[in-house]
Design a protein around this ligand. Structure first.
Ligand SMILES: [Zn+2]
Length: 213
């Protein structure tokens, strides 16, 4: 018998608080037991595999399994040890040589710089457009002061409200902080140990990563 991990995800409002808590706890446990659950895809249908425990006569056995109906591998299971062993081997293969890491750093730094420039240019552009809107708003205000026709007054008032709204949005865009180079250094320092030696980190790291996203 296979125990699916489809626990407490139905969104059923009739679940009591205790049941919801128990379901959440069960979900957390299954994530800890199967860190690659939802992270590895079935070789046949390319859909994320799920995981669970099968019950033998004297013990329970952990498996990853494809639950996609119609898939040729539907309900064919892979032992947890085999799946995670293969994954570790893959991580070893992924370990980059230092030259490659240096190249990746340069590329990422260039991308960061380009993004920084785009961001700064966009903020300047927003500031300039906000100034133009302020002048336009001032001109409409002047026409409003000179207008006698109530219909025209109404039109000008609406225009001013609209222009002020647009200007406020542009000023918010102009105020957004521009990411600094120091931000890249910090990001890279955090990512570098993992990128340079992914197999050093346990598979549980992937479970943590999944929960950060
Ligand atoms: Zn499949």
């Amino acid at each position: 018998m296979f125990f699916s991990d489809n626990c407490g995800t139905s969104g059923d409002d009739s679940l009591s608080k205790n049941q919801a808590f128990a379901a959440a706890k069960q979900r957390q446990n299954i994530n800890q037991d199967f860190p690659l659950r939802g992270f590895v895809n079935c070789a046949a249908c390319d859909r994320p595999m799920t995981a669970g425990w099968s019950k033998g006569r004297t013990a329970r056995y952990p498996y990853y399994i494809c639950q996609t109906k119609g898939c040729s591998e539907h309900r064919k299971s892979v032992r947890k040890e085999a799946m995670e062993g293969d994954f570790r081997a893959l991580l070893v293969e992924l370990t980059p040589v230092p030259e490659l890491l240096g190249m990746a750093r340069k590329m990422l730094s260039r991308l960061w710089d380009a993004q920084h420039k785009r961001h700064a240019s966009s903020a300047l552009d927003a500031k300039s457009k906000a100034q133009a809107l302020a002048q336009k708003s001032e001109a409409v205000m002047q026409r409003l002061m000179d207008a006698d026709d109530p219909k025209l007054v109404n039109v000008y008032e609406k225009q001013i409200v609209k222009l002020k709204g647009e200007r406020r949005l542009l000023l918010e865009k102009a105020k957004n902080p521009v990411p600094q180079q120091a931000g890249f250094e910090q990001l890279y320092r955090t990512a570098c140990p993992f990128l340079s030696n992914p197999c050093k980190y346990g598979i549980q790291e992937f479970w943590s990563t999944k929960n950060c996203s």
